[in-house]
Write a protein that binds this ligand. Structure first.
Ligand SMILES: Cc1cc2nc3c(=O)[nH]c(=O)nc-3n(C[C@H](O)[C@H](O)[C@H](O)COP(=O)(O)OP(=O)(O)OC[C@H]3O[C@@H](n4cnc5c(N)ncnc54)[C@H](O)[C@@H]3O)c2cc1C
Length: 446
């Protein structure tokens, strides 16, 4: 019997295992990949430096688990005539080495790894998760029992989605809240910008998402595209071939690696815990609703789970009540901001290229304000009043109204999440308010 069984040795799973094992808990990680492939994840590989202090781990090292360092991000308008610079140090990770570092930390702290084990089902008894069943590659199915199971299996959420429908935590994520992404690691003759990760907004090329060019080194780049899953939206790989490759043009030398994946780009799932169970990372929808960055926030959700489980261990209470504080911790770290940015996502997914071009051309938002929005999830009144001047002159009152409503709804969403129920008894009423708020958001941006 383990204290904790963690499903998935990705970023959130390995980090959580490290801290729990270090605190003395008997911890197992169950991962379907072979040990040497852990960390190999199709990704944009970019992470901001600011996470590492909170996580209390060393930032990546250049030449070890980082391949490049950014001074910030540049966001381009659809015509590429305008851009905003969001300053802030970040890393182009060597994703595999980063994953292997976290794994080593976990194993050195005493966590046990069961690699080549695919989790196939939860073990459920008396309204609680008691463990998981996993199939070892080429062998049979075995059971792992634990006081708490953590689902850190990424966007597939392989445990959470197999829990009984009536458990709040088994919430089904709507398809349109997911972005399908495709990226290539490419050798190039040069990058458009050595010091900045670049995001290109273009609602025709990448509907509901964007495409990116993140330099890794003078001749290597991570170039990719994310598209919202929605009927009629194009396949990102085809868009990459048809639209992005010609833009890379003569700078293209060869493709070193290619692949795709899914990113849930929305607010956190409304309930993340049950008796003996916590979901973290993509399995709980912790990625940023606007840019889909999910490495840092998946680690923060791991940190929330670590603190919650240590407290539950002290009290000997792994019930939904004993684990409930996980929500408050995660909301404080990231969830409140995510809830408000999810409102902004609806606005951005409604915008046309023409609308976006106006926002850039009229300098309605500055790079610092964009940073502020990304960091705190708030749209300042300054942006709305600047928009008022610019858009009135351009006789675009509907866009102005939309911006104003967005700001109000973002504030309301953040406030609602900050008032997350203190205990499970009050959850059903809160959930009704949450549903009602996002119904209004959807209707506003239909
Ligand atoms: C194309 C793309 C680009 C992205 N770019 C960025 C970026 O630039 N910056 C950023 O911050 N985020 C980015 N993201 C998002 C980021 O990769 C994820 O948010 C993050 O990896 C989530 O971490 P996680 O620990 O929740 O899951 P993962 O890192 O996905 O780990 C899940 C682990 O669970 C294992 N697993 C799955 N199923 C089972 C099973 N049945 N049994 C056992 N093990 C299982 C997997 O093998 C994996 O090791 C991108 C995502 C994609 C798809």
């Amino acid at each position: 019997m383990y204290d904790v069984v963690i499903v998935g040795a990705g970023t959130s799973g390995a980090y959580t295992a490290y801290r729990l094992a270090k605190a003395g808990l008997k911890t197992a990680i169950i991962e379907m990949k072979p040990r040497e492939k852990i960390g190999e994840k199709v990704c944009g590989d970019a992470i901001g430096e600011h996470y590492f202090e909170t996580l209390e781990i060393d930032p990546p090292k250049l030449g070890v688990d980082a391949e490049g360092i950014f001074e910030g991000v540049k966001v381009y308008s659809p015509s590429k005539k305008y851009f905003l610079t969001v300053r802030g140090k970040g890393y182009a990770l060597n994703r595999k080495n980063f994953g292997q570092r976290l794994l080593k930390m976990a194993l050195d702290s005493g966590a046990e790894l069961y690699d080549k084990h695919t989790v196939v089902a939860p073990l459920i008894k008396e309204n609680a998760v008691k463990g998981v069943k996993a199939r070892e590659l080429g062998k049979g199915v075995r059971e792992f029992n634990a006081k708490v199971v953590i689902d850190a299996s990424g966007s597939g959420a392989v445990v959470r989605t197999k829990l009984p429908r009536e458990w709040w935590v088994s919430y089904k994520v709507p398809k349109e809240d997911i972005v399908m992404a495709y990226r290539e690691i490419v050798e190039v003759t040069e990058n458009p910008d050595e010091k900045y990760a670049i995001i290109y907004l273009d609602t025709e090329l990448a509907p509901g998402g964007y495409w990116w060019w993140f330099p890794k080194s003078p001749n290597i780049a991570n170039i990719g595209i994310g598209v919202q899953i929605k009927p009629g939206n194009p396949n990102p790989r085809i868009q990459y071939e048809k639209r992005i490759r010609p833009i890379i043009g003569k700078r293209y030398v060869k493709t070193l690696h290619a692949g795709g994946g899914l990113v849930p780009t929305r607010r956190m799932i409304p309930c993340m815990v049950w008796n003996g169970f916590i979901a973290i990372g993509d399995a709980a929808c912790t990625a940023n609703p606007i840019h889909g960055g999910g490495i840092g926030s998946s680690l923060l959700s791991g940190l929330a789970a670590i603190q919650t489980i240590l407290e539950a261990t002290e009290k000997g209470d792994y019930s939904i009540r004993g684990l409930w504080k996980h929500h408050h911790r995660y909301i404080e770290f990231y969830g409140a901001k995510q809830a408000s940015l999810d409102v902004l996502r609806y606005l951005l997914q409604k915008f046309s290229n023409d609308d976006l071009e106006y926002v850039f051309e009229k300098s309605i938002i500055s790079g610092d304000e964009l940073y502020d929005m990304g960091t705190y999830g708030r749209l300042t009144s300054k942006v709305v009043s600047r928009a008022r001047v610019a858009l009135k002159l351009l006789s675009r009152p509907s866009m102005l109204k939309m911006l104003k409503d967005t700001k109000d709804l973002m504030d309301e969403a953040k406030e609602l999440y900050r008032k997350y129920p203190e205990n499970p008894d009050d959850y059903p009423a809160w959930r009704e308010r949450e549903k009602e708020l996002y119904k209004r958001v959807r209707e506003r941006f239909l």
